[in-house]
Design a binder for this molecule. Structure first.
Ligand SMILES: NC(=O)c1ccc[n+]([C@@H]2O[C@H](COP(=O)([O-])OP(=O)(O)OC[C@H]3O[C@@H](n4cnc5c(N)ncnc54)[C@H](OP(=O)(O)O)[C@@H]3O)[C@@H](O)[C@H]2O)c1
Length: 316
């Protein structure tokens, strides 16, 4: 199993299982199947509303002797309605209780967006809190404190731009361990990946398969799935691999961690086996040419008022 070294020297398993959109009953079986075939990294979040089922699966897997707690890397994320510093620890404790864990391996600020407490998804401008009211650095300090208190071994961020990482690092003197962002051949973000590397921030690639199951939810229509792109299919055929495996191997070859989601036992095993696939320099060059700077999770659900816009969210 490939690992990724964080700035602290801690190593995280590079390939993990995503759990967004996995229904509660599906995610139990998915996590059990994943641990059975050898996954040692599960990516969760409070907003996925399935942490209790992931927790049951983890607990049963530990009891069955499929893995030990200390062998499985568990990530979760702080939802946007808990950015106020006094809400961070309670939110983390709620995730721990649902996941039936004493500590997380990694806890991330899910989005650089603050919502009023109790708001899961905003329906109007009044649901947002401007970052001038709760600056990201304030939330970040509370994350650091929770980590120091032993609730999370590592803390980091998600969907942060280079500028946001620099700002919170400068304002607190502490740099996030990791930034989890969308990365796949249509959205390669070379600049952001390079900037994170320079800053000593590890990177996890989310939606590595192009997130086909979020298309309707995100208002993406008539989308040609990334797994059917002729270049990806051709590279897969040349290696006797599947397109999904090529996409995962590409993410690993770039030095990022990667968290493909599946609830299908066959694809769960297939995706793990991508860890053995080595792409050639020619394959990597062919995939580099596919970049369109196209987001699958474009953040448009945050652009309901004037608080956030594509410019302020992505710094581009
Ligand atoms: N931090 C954030 O804001 C953020 C945002 C998005 C995602 N994430 C994390 O990243 C994870 C992955 O991203 P994602 O869920 O958006 O999408 P993804 O992993 O790119 O794609 C998942 C979809 O691909 C299918 N699939 C899985 N393996 C496949 C294979 N080998 N070949 C073809 N299709 C395959 C899945 O179907 P089946 O389930 O039926 O196999 C599902 O429809 C999430 O689950 C979540 O943990 C984080």
């Amino acid at each position: 199993m490939k690992t990724l070294e964080l700035r602290s020297g801690t190593r995280m398993p590079a390939l993990g299982l995503g759990t967004w959109k996995s229904e509660p009953d599906e995610v139990y079986r998915a996590v059990r199947a994943a641990i059975e075939v050898g996954y040692r990294h599960i990516d969760c979040a409070a907003i996925y509303q399935n942490e209790e089922d992931v927790g049951r699966a983890l607990s049963d897997a530990f009891q069955a002797g499929d893995a030990k707690r200390e062998e499985v890397w568990v990530t979760s994320k702080l939802w946007n309605d808990s950015h106020a510093p006094e809400q961070v620890r309670p939110a983390l404790e709620t995730s721990l209780r649902k996941l039936q864990l004493d500590y997380l391996d990694l806890y991330l600020i899910h989005w650089p967006v603050a919502l009023r407490q109790g708001v899961l998804l905003p329906t109007g401008p009044e649901d947002f809190i401007p970052l001038s009211e709760i600056p990201l650095a304030t939330t970040w300090e509370a994350m650091l404190k929770a980590s120091e208190q032993g609730l999370a071994r590592e803390v980091g961020v998600s969907n942060f731009s280079k500028q946001m990482i620099k700002r919170v690092s400068e304002e607190t003197g502490r740099t996030p361990a990791l930034n989890q962002v969308e990365l796949h051949p249509y959205l390669q973000q070379d600049d952001l990946v390079a900037a994170c590397k320079m800053l000593g921030v590890a990177v996890t690639a989310y939606s590595p398969l192009g997130s086909p199951d979020s298309a309707a939810m995100m208002g993406r229509h008539d989308e040609a799935p990334l797994t059917r792109h002729p270049t990806i299919v051709q590279i897969a055929t040349s290696h006797g691999a599947t397109p999904g495996q090529v996409l995962i191997a590409w993410a690993l070859a770039r030095g990022t961690s990667v968290i493909p989601k599946s609830v299908n036992p066959g694809r769960i095993a297939e995706n793990l086996a991508a860890g053995e696939l080595e792409l050639s320099a020619t394959d990597m060059a062919a995939i580099a040419a596919l970049d369109e700077h196209r987001r699958m999770v474009d953040g448009s659900f945050w652009f309901l008022g004037e608080t956030y816009s594509p410019q302020t969210l992505w710094d581009e």
